[in-house]
Design a protein around this ligand. Structure first.
Ligand code: 7TS
Length: 406
């Protein structure tokens, strides 16, 4: 991984913040974008901006080709069987809501169970709470080990014959835990439940194979993997998507419309009502090209190195609590005794270091951790080991500034 060469592809990484070179460690919130993605967007708007699937004029054809070519790239990237299974959405939140309302709300009844983990982002939690409320289904949780890992024996005990939906994140955005979603899917399927995987934090950072994992639904966002904001994907097993009624109706998703009735277009368009985020999808295609060019195995290996280095460095510091397991994806959440996470984040920002402080949209997990919020440094393949040194030094300086003895 030639980080210094890679960094040149990302114009924003050359800027300064508060008089210091930017150290961008908020990648779990959103990633930065390489020139190839930025230029792809400019190219669309400058040269062939047009709506898709409508006119037969040249620009419309070009836009449609690029839009559908991006879908094929995404299919390949996550190893789906067919582009019919790749639904463009606004992002992970949108994708999971489509599953909850389009599948869960329709198929669940009182007495059924939905099982999720305590480390879910609100996007994979609140839709299930809502669905449980309207259907009378029960929302249950896997237990979690003290280090923030799931145990497959616990998983086996929690999923019962009543369980209809298991929904779990592949990577926790707070703890960095990598969950054994393939094994969990196998247990869910044994009991006749479907497996929904939140891939928001895994897809940007590791190889994903939805067929090998045997996910029934898999959701992710473009903006966390070098792509534009406002575009994401819902993968769904074709039979399930075929059986699903669209959550949104209107233009683009119909076959024939009469005064009092309508029939739906075939997949994937049935589930894509309205003018889609055309530039976003095309930009996401360019993001996939960039990631594939480096290789997801290599990205994952390198980020694990960064995470291990950060974990070891921060663990050594007095008065610093690091959350989550030793073996983790590329992020570290922590707190410094007696200093509010927002103050830590503000102090680091003064040194040009961007981290996130807060509950990270995982308030039940904060309760489980017995804290209100954490500071989180999250990495991508363009971060360097030097930047982790800078983070560690920034934390030491913050401790000094707020009156702690090192
Ligand atoms: N699921 C997980 C695991 C996430 O980390 C996020 C976003 C989402 C779902 C929602 O994604 P969206 O693109 O629809 O918003 N996580 C974060 C974060 O950790 N900090 O900012 C956003």
């Amino acid at each position: 991984m030639d980080v210094q060469t890679i960094r040149k592809d990302f114009p924003i990484l050359g800027r300064e913040v508060n008089g210091h070179p930017l150290v961008y460690l908020d990648n779990a919130a959103t990633s930065q974008k390489p020139n190839s993605v930025i230029q792809k967007l400019v190219d669309y708007y400058q040269n062939y901006n047009s709506n898709v699937h409508r006119g037969v004029h040249t620009l419309g054809t070009l836009a449609t080709e690029q839009f559908e070519e991006a879908r094929e790239k995404i299919r390949r990237f996550i190893h789906a069987k067919s582009t019919k299974e790749i639904i463009y959405t606004r992002g992970t939140t949108d994708s999971l809501n489509i599953v909850a309302y389009g599948y869960g709300r329709v198929n669940l009844t009182a007495g059924d169970e939905i099982v999720i983990s305590p480390m879910e982002h609100h996007a994979n939690l609140i839709p299930w709470q809502q669905v449980a409320q309207v259907t009378g289904a029960e929302l249950k949780y896997f237990p979690m080990k003290p280090d923030g890992m799931l145990d497959l024996d616990d998983v086996r005990k929690t999923i019962t014959d009543k369980t209809k939906i298991v929904a779990c994140t592949e990577v926790s955005n707070v703890l960095g835990t990598v969950n054994p979603v393939k094994e969990i899917a196998a247990i869910a399927h044994e009991k006749g439940a479907i497996m929904v995987v939140d891939g928001a934090q895994s897809t940007p950072h590791m190889p994903v194979d939805v067929q090998d994992m045997d996910a029934d639904f898999f959701a992710f966002s473009g903006h966390k993997m070098l792509g534009p904001t406002g575009i994401g994907v819902l993968y769904g097993r074709q039979e399930l998507l075929e059986a699903m009624e669209p959550v949104q109706t209107g233009g683009e998703m119909i076959d024939e419309v009469d005064f009092h009735s309508a029939t739906w277009a075939e997949l994937p368009w049935k589930l894509e009502a309205g003018t889609p985020h055309i530039s976003g999808a095309i930009g996401l295609g360019a993001a996939v090209d960039y990631l594939e060019n480096i290789g997801m195995e290599a990205i994952n290996r390198y980020e694990t190195e960064l995470a291990d280095a950060a974990y070891e460095k921060l663990k050594e510091l007095d008065g610093v609590t690091v959350y989550g397991p030793k073996h983790r994806a590329g992020l570290v959440s922590f707190n410094i005794d007696g200093i509010h996470p927002h103050d830590v984040s503000t102090a680091l920002d003064a040194d040009g270091i961007a981290v996130r402080a807060g509950h990270h949209c995982a308030q039940p997990l904060m309760r489980w951790l017995k804290c209100e919020s954490t500071v989180r440094a999250s990495f991508y393949f363009y971060n360097s080991l030097d930047e982790i040194e800078t983070l560690a030094k920034g934390i030491k300086d913050a401790k000094e500034f707020f009156g702690h003895v090192i």
